[in-house]
Ligand binder design. Sequence first.
Ligand code: FES
Ligand code: FE
Length: 447
Amino acid sequence: MTRRGMPRQMVNDDAEAGSFRVHRGAFVDEEVLQRERSEIFDRCWLYAMHESELAKPGDYLARKVGGKPLMFVRDRAGVLRGFFNACPHRGMTLCREKSGTARNFSCFYHGWTFDLQGQLVALPDSAGYAGGADPVGKGLKPVPRMEIYRGLVFINFDAGACSLEAYLGNAKEYIDLMLDFGGDEVDIAPGQQRYSIRSNWKLLVENSIDVYHAHSTHNRYFSRFLPDMGLPARTWLNVSDQAPGRAIALDNGHAVAETLVRSGPLLKTAANELAEVRQRLVEKFGEERAARIADYGRNLLIFPNLLFISTWRTIRTIYPVAPGYMEVDAWALLPRSESAHLKKLRMDNFISFLGPAGFGTPDDVSGLESCQRGFFEGADSLWSDISRGMHRDPVAADELQMRAFWRRWQTLLDEAPAPTTYGDARLDPVADDCSHGPECVEGVDRA
Ligand code: FES
Ligand code: FE
């Protein structure tokens, strides 16, 4: 049930008045979460894994994606396959290890055994079944859709969804910029972060693309950690000047905040190596594109729950378990052929800020949980303000990127055709092969 007194339209978008508000019921209401599951997580493309995690035939991993337990395996022919991680017999979790290498999968419960293509190949005492050992129709249930872009494996629970490429739209350009930082293909670094936050998942979406909060929330990083690294302390006299760059709303609710990178720990500890990397980028892509790749930091949202944060070369996904509780998974990206020394420095840089005990993550967790406690108290009547920058060409520290997310969120929850104009947005269709119809071709304002 929606809490009493809450509007169905949780997003109040008034470009003329320069006002953009989100009702805080969106963060606490159980019915909203149910609609998010059915209209967003069951319909949008969701990041599942990176191809490098399953390098050779027989490699497998099991993980939840969009709240559902899945398993992925590279079969003997090298084909990547995705299945629901549930035995078709009586539902036992089939793959009970997080990852490994296998020749087949045998169910713990009654011993049905499946090959790497998901086919049932053996079962104890098959004479007990009318069809005997005939395995037809008893294989693992495949994930409805699975497509790959630049090694990033996405799945979709909606068999009629548009193609992944159409869904990503013009965000592909920013994914490319995100992945090309070493001038080589990237691998997922061994290991994974898994943690939970006692707040609504959308607060971390906002936070992950929110340049405005950085100095205030992470003051100890800027005022203590950087000086300890031999770098000047930074203070925000004017947020927009300190973080020159822009916010860009992309297709289908995707968005990016990009800032010019002037300094940072890696630029000090790995100055020579990074200069060599930059030279390789120039040789491979030319000066202009090399500058776009190397000289800017980007926080990129792929709607609804995938974040790339380039300063720390990380991928992060978010999933809501309850209105006030989310689970977070994060991985580090490393260029495939880079030196072990530079990889270590990149990992140190990642962990020092975005590790669960780093200088950044605990600050954000504390802030988001504090917001959530307040939402539970006063959500029936209060609205959050997300209007920053509506009166100008949005800079990185503005909130256009969040408005792009919220507009798409409201559109999907409305179950109504998307408007062709929307507040300060300009809408351009970008995908025409989508079974969802017009609501899946939303483009938004571009900076
Ligand atoms: Fe898997 Fe019975 S539940 S074999
Ligand atoms: Fe933060």
